[in-house]
Design a protein. Sequence first.
Length: 114
Amino acid sequence: MNIHKLNETPVMENAHGVDARNLYTKESAMVTVITLEPGQSLRRHITPVDVAFYVLSGTGIVEVGEEKMEVPTDCLVESPKDIVHCWYNESDAPLKFMVIKAPKPTTKTTFIAR
């Protein structure tokens, strides 16, 4: 059995410049936990695989395709592959969410200008 502790997992360098930690990386899937501080956001991007986001704490704004919606703790958001998506923290508290990509991407993410 493998147990991965978030607080012992190093922050990885990433194009978003935020706290992102890979908890699980296999060919079949990838799990990352991202923390956005108040006022932070990701860069709008497209991933080549399906993505599910699960909000662990806080409330954020998620953009998937043409839709934008506020999402609270304990909600899961689906984002199909090849669709623009992004997260924004417009609250006064940190936003922490899990990103599940399946399968693990083998091609690069495409970033979109705002």
